[in-house]
Design a binder for this molecule. Structure first.
Ligand code: PLP
Length: 384
């Protein structure tokens, strides 16, 4: 196996799911409500961690439902033997309606035309498609308007080939410091659900909460919550109180494959943006931007080196530009580093960078850091 791989700590994934579940139970107890059902997001290959494996573990942990973004992602999970309800968060193309039936998916629906396509496919397959009515209360992405919702809900309820299994909305700023927008949205959504109920439609689990809302808006939990990033070990933003013990699941690691001592004035990598100021030891690591180690980390990123076979652990800087397949590290003048010593680019070890630290350095969010780890990087699963 190549030096570079993503070690997926399933123990941390299990821990995070339990941590979320305990949080839901604790708060629900205090408000005298039932804890909501959990629908864990495994879209984008489980945020880069490997959807088939993580879906299997989530099911083992008693997660009730799973969610994906594309029909292909759903088919892959079905082929892997996942039988749980699978919610489809994005809209598919009309040509994919047959596959939606094949995979027994529960898609978000937002208009009549999309319902027509699903009904035609359901008739061909002699099946019933369970759908979630998606209402846009402020995300501006997909969903019908609150005013359109009661009639659309009634139609779905009355169609023999459709079943209304959910009523949903989504929050753009539930992870932010400002609370009014999300509170207003929750209220508008609850009122819309009331109107649907008044129109005689009693079906469907009501749901809205992503990780941000799970952490900060219990009044938005309704019947089901939709955690994503938190089960992979990261908070959605810096603006939220860190009340849960979330542990990063992915550890991106590699090895030092060449060591050399360079003289002052020696330049490294493309563009010669790094010039040694002193005699120093340089280590080369076979990971680059094509593996998902962002090029903006050139001369900025830090990595954790387990030196001398791991007897000493130290942070060292990336020296020069990140190449497509390789980076260089400045290990300093007296480095005890050995060839093939392990290097961790980010992960759960608090001595080294987390995915969040990488995200902060390059102006993005932890979601993108784990999603960016390329398909060519093998995933190794450890369950302890
Ligand atoms: C991705 C997604 C989620 C999960 O969001 P996190 O911020 O990762 O918790 C929930 N709902 C919808 C509709 C999504 O697309």
């Amino acid at each position: 196996m190549r030096a570079t791989r993503a070690v997926i700590h399933l123990g941390n994934f299990r821990h995070n799911i339990r941590e979320v579940r305990e949080h839901l139970a604790r708060v629900s107890r205090s408000t005298g409500t039932n804890p909501p059902v959990m629908c864990v997001s495994v879209k984008a290959d489980a945020y880069g961690h490997g959807a088939r494996e993580l879906a299997r573990v989530a099911v083992e942990e008693g997660v009730d439902q799973l969610a994906v973004a594309t029909v292909d992602e759903a088919l892959s999970l079905r082929h892997a033997g996942i039988r749980s309800p699978l919610v489809l968060y994005s809209l598919s193309m009309p040509e994919e309606a047959d596959a939606v039936c094949d995979a027994d998916l529960s898609p978000f629906v937002a208009d009549h035309e999309y319902c027509d396509r699903l009904i035609e496919a359901a008739q061909r397959h002699d099946t019933i498609v369970a759908v979630h009515l998606k209402i846009d209360t402020g995300m501006g992405r997909i969903g019908c308007s609150p005013d359109e919702a009661p009639a659309l809900a009634r139609r779905i309820r009355d169609e023999p080939y459709l079943r209304l299994t959910g009523i949903a909305t989504h929050f753009p700023v539930a992870d932010g410091a400002e609370r009014t927008f999300t509170e207003d949205q929750t209220q508008r959504f609850a009122m819309t659900v009331d109107r649907i109920r008044s129109a005689g439609v009693t079906d469907g689990l009501v749901h809205a909460a992503n990780s941000g809302a799970i952490l900060a808006y219990p009044e938005s939990w309704f019947d089901l919550v939709r955690p994503g990033i938190m089960v992979y070990g990261y908070y959605p933003s810096h603006d939220q109180e860190r009340t849960l013990d979330l542990r990063p699941v992915m550890e991106l690691e590699s090895r030092i494959v060449q060591l050399k001592t360079v003289e002052p004035g020696t330049s490294l990598s493309y563009g010669r943006t790094y010039v040694a100021q002193q005699r120093t030891v340089i280590g080369t690591v076979p990971i680059g931007y094509a593996d998902g180690y962002n090029r903006l980390l050139s001369n900025r990123g830090n990595v954790l080196v387990y030196e001398n076979g791991g007897s000493r652990v130290r942070r060292v800087p990336v020296a020069g530009r990140v190449c497509m397949d390789q980076i260089m590290l400045d290990l300093g003048p007296d480095a005890p580093t050995l060839k093939y010593d392990r290097v961790v680019l980010f992960g759960p070890d608090s001595r080294g960078p987390s995915g969040e630290e990488i995200a902060d350095l390059i102006g993005t969010i932890p979601y993108e850091v784990t999603c960016a780890v390329a398909a060519r990087v093998p995933r190794t699963y450890v369950d302890s």
